[in-house]
Design a protein around this ligand. Structure first.
Ligand SMILES: *[C@@H]1O[C@H](CO)[C@@H](O)[C@H](O)[C@H]1NC(C)=O
Length: 310
């Protein structure tokens, strides 16, 4: 962006693929943290929190009682979720960002917030079924054997959810998931791009690895704080079982009220440490990889030596 040469545009379908690849790389590394976060969010479900469990304690318990490999329960769903959801999100956001860039000027922050909302809403439809499978697969090991769902992999989870509970169950929790997706998309992309461009404009850093690292770290922290409450509600709804024909929570508002009155507001922020430890490195790995593979794509495929990334 410092030079006057405009970087060559990356085709839109390639934007989707690059986003999916960056997402898969990042999610595989971070999966155990995501798993621990889900477990902590479900820890006090239906009861009042009595003991204070840290995330280290939770990790130890899972490793000792279930085995270390169980930290990767649900990985197939997490990877599939990246293939559909993160590639959709990245493709939509970066394509719209290109469209609203005029004469080398990036879109305004207001335009970007709007792009983030659109991205989150559309991306959600691709992501929710994988979310439901993922949450349930992560939750399974904490149940007594007779209550476990024992999905073998994401395909089995889909098949059984559709046959046992109806296809609509795959979109359970769509409202909090959408709220979370809108908050995540706007927080993550907007914070990242605005911070990165701020550093470049002020001459603190070029468009290089150091800048990508610091900007994505800030983006990860902002995203964690803004999205955790939505994530907590989503987890509860997607994991809920229907007992005697009665659902535990009627919907997002009901779940929010019940959790706050029975367990306290702090329950919505439970799992902060693993969520940040997951969201932070995930955001960093995702953006650093995305910048890198986009730059290499431009270099090798488009013959664009400008060094531009995203
Ligand atoms: C990035 O750029 C800044 C200044 O523009 C420089 O101080 C820093 O060392 C660079 N980092 C890398 C990894 O090249």
């Amino acid at each position: 962006m410092a030079s006057n040469v405009q970087p060559k545009p990356v085709p839109k379908h390639i934007r989707f693929i690059l986003g999916g690849l960056a997402g898969i790389g990042a999610v595989t590394v971070c999966h155990p943290l995501d798993f621990l976060k889900t477990r902590m969010q479900l820890r006090t479900e239906g009861t009042v929190a009595t003991e204070h469990t840290t995330f280290i304690h939770m990790a130890k318990t899972v490793i000792l009682t279930e085995g270390p490999l169980h930290l990767f329960d649900g990985l197939s769903a997490a990877v599939m979720r990246q293939i559909f959801y993160t590639s959709a999100r990245t493709g939509i956001f970066t394509s719209l960002n290109d469209i609203y860039s005029k004469d080398g000027q990036p879109p305004t922050i207001i335009q970007r917030l709007g792009i983030g909302v659109v991205t989150g809403v559309v991306g959600t439809f691709f992501g929710v079924p994988f979310d439901v499978a993922l949450i349930r697969m992560s939750a399974d090991g904490r149940l007594p054997p007779e209550e476990r769902r024992n999905y073998h992999h994401v395909g089995d989870a889909f098949y059984r959810i559709i046959t046992e509970e109806g296809i609509l169950t795959l979109w359970r929790g769509i409202i909090p998931t959408m709220c979370r997706a809108v908050v995540v998309s706007t927080s993550a992309f907007v914070t990242y791009l605005q911070t990165k461009e701020f550093f470049i404009r002020r001459g603190y850093m070029q468009d290089n690895f150091s800048n990508h690292f610091v900007s994505s770290m800030i983006s990860g922290l902002v995203t964690t704080i803004t999205s955790l409450p939505f994530d907590a509600i989503k987890t509860r709804l997607q994991n809920m079982k229907i007992k005697d024909g009665k659902a535990e929570y009627a919907g997002m508002l009901d779940a929010t009220t019940k959790i706050i009155t029975k367990e306290g507001v702090s329950s919505l922020f439970r799992g902060f440490t693993p969520y940040y430890l997951r969201q932070g490195p995930f955001t960093i790995l995702y953006f650093v990889m995305l910048e890198f593979i986009t730059k290499e794509y431009r270099r090798f495929v488009l013959g664009d030596m400008s060094g531009a990334g995203l």
